[in-house]
Design a protein around this ligand. Sequence first.
Ligand code: CA
Length: 172
Amino acid sequence: MIYKLNLFQFARPFFLFGFCAILIISGCKKTLPEDALEPNDNFQLATELIAGKALSGRAKQENIDVFSFKCEAMREIVFSLQSIGLEDCAEFTVTGPGGDILYQDEGSFCDSPRELAMCAEGVKLEEIKDFGYKIYVPAKKSGKYFLSISERGRPDNIYPFSWDYKIKAEFK
Ligand SMILES: [Ca+2]
């Protein structure tokens, strides 16, 4: 009995050290750097998209990515979001000129179904297998349209999730 207790006391610091080392190593591996488009966290700092030109980005949990695209009334915008790696847990918001929210989906966690909080007439999100998403936005007003990308997590993830994507805006 005494022998067992001593052995446990002897080994305990090694267990603690091993546990801490695993936490540190897994944390280092999973905390990924930001993309080159940062900071693009609000409408003022939004990355401007040029029709047909794709950009690569990384959505990180707790760090929204905002893109802007100029469009004249009576045209239709198609935002393409190609998934190119990591955790595809994105949710999207499209805001039109004057701050009108035209599309917004939300789900508490990565695996939650995509719930529509807002979807204006004619706006549509299409999920495309082995590609990603297309969001169709008919422009009723001329001006800047904003697409905001947020990365969700899971109830138990200990490090922030990230999603690598290619984004492109075009006229339909
Ligand atoms: Ca950002």
